[in-house]
Design a protein around this ligand. Structure first.
Ligand code: SF4
Length: 399
């Protein structure tokens, strides 16, 4: 595929699937097989290099890559020497001067046990550290089956801002079974009042089948968070973060001025991204594909000079307008209706005019200078509203 070099920004994602144990809510591509198996971790890094070389040659995307995101799984399961090796691989094929942002995901207990990891991240100019806190409540950490305990996280987050040279992003999960407003205020909000970071990602817990939490709920061992409580938690969360000077710039993300995630923003705006590693997803041109999440399969294929891709889809014009609508409305800036019309040949201000009026009257949407966006309350019902709007657009195309 030939492309004009350096004109369009793109992101590189590297998936490190290793985890110490499986969290109660986890449905991601992960494995605990890397624990104590130095050879397996090394083999994965070697397979990642093979895939990276192949994909960079194939797509000629090297000079467009501006953001690097190392996620998982848990990248902080790698030792300091393995992190060094991973950056050595990346630097061999991509000059470090091209990165506008480098993000590395970690779990608190790994950094507490092996603080030397932070020196490696500083040395390799990692600019964002994304820390999986998830909850500061002892009950929350237990329900979610997290390994870190509250005191450990408190200690770490006092130390981290002094030692890590980039910015910090903390992940939280809200509305876990049996969470209530009092728990949120006592633990999570109180923590953020005394431990400020530059960025927060937060998600209402989505309970997937085959997870431990799903089975515990089914067996009645724990009770799910009711819709009313989950709504009050969400509204309180966003209003407290606003008071703490965080901008709610995307449905699940908050940041201090200027500290938004560039990598994720490029993805949300439809720019290309290359994903390497087991289970990683890539989108280049009008094609999106996913690697197999099975570690041995992934490594064996690459060793045999074969593709580890498991599935691919062509992004039809229909998928493109659907995703542009959804991703645009997830963002604080919303969607410019004339731009959308121009790009997707769909006049949403006309086709959805009645829906928009009704949603504005309910306080779920606002329209200003031909720009439509969700309100804080509207974002609570995002999935239902967006499904309705898409159906309406779909029908208007058929008629
Ligand atoms: S750390 Fe993340 S990927 Fe690993 S088990 Fe927990 S939720 Fe899953």
């Amino acid at each position: 595929m030939s492309r004009q070099k350096g004109t369009k920004p793109a992101g590189l994602y590297i998936h490190i699937p290793f985890c110490q144990s499986k969290c109660g809510y986890c449905s991601f591509v992960m494995t605990t097989r890397g624990r104590g198996d130095d050879q397996l971790r090394l083999s994965l890094l070697e397979a990642i290099e093979l895939e990276l070389i192949h994909q960079l040659n194939r797509y000629g995307i090297s000079q467009n890559l501006q953001t690097l995101y190392i996620g998982g799984g848990t990248p902080s399961q790698l030792s300091a020497a393995e992190i060094d090796f991973l950056f050595h691989i990346i630097k061999k094929h991509l000059p470090s001067t091209q990165w506008q942002e480098i993000t590395f995901e970690c779990n608190p207990e790994d950094i507490s046990k092996r603080p030397e990891i932070i020196n490696q991240l500083n040395k390799h100019e990692v600019s964002r550290l994304s820390v999986g806190i998830q909850s500061m409540s002892p009950k929350g950490l237990s329900v979610l089956d997290r390994l870190a305990h509250r005191e450990q996280i408190n200690e770490l987050t006092k130390w981290l801002p002094k030692e890590f040279s980039g910015s910090l992003s903390y992940d939280f999960i809200l509305a876990w079974p049996e969470q209530d407003l009092a728990e949120l205020l006592k633990y999570d909000i109180a923590f953020l009042e005394s431990n400020q970071c530059q960025h927060i990602s937060s998600y209402l817990l989505n309970i997937e089948e085959k997870t431990k939490i799903y089975h515990s709920l089914k067996k009645g061992r724990i009770e799910s968070c009711s819709e009313d409580i989950s709504t009050s938690i969400w509204l309180k969360w966003q209003s407290c973060l606003k008071e703490l000077d965080y901008e709610h710039y995307e449905i699940s993300n908050f940041c201090k001025k200027g500290h938004f995630s560039l990598h994720n923003t490029l993805t949300w705006r439809g720019f290309e991204y290359l994903g390497v590693g087991p289970g990683a997803v890539s989108q280049i041109g009008n094609v999106r594909w996913s690697n197999s999440g099975r570690l041995s399969y992934y490594m064996d294929k690459l060793k045999a000079k074969k593709s580890p891709v498991q599935s691919a889809e062509y992004l039809t014009t229909e998928i493109q307008w659907q995703e542009a609508l959804m991703l645009g409305l997830r963002h604080r800036e919303g969607l410019s209706m004339p731009d959308y019309h121009h790009k997707h040949n769909l006049n949403i201000s006309k086709i959805l005019s009645q829906d928009f009026q009704e949603l504005c009257a309910k306080g779920f949407l606002s329209i200003c200078q031909e720009n439509v966006k969700f309100t804080e309350e509207g974002w609570l019902f995002f999935d239902d509203i967006i499904t309705d709007l898409m159906l309406k657009l779909e029908n208007s195309k058929i008629m």
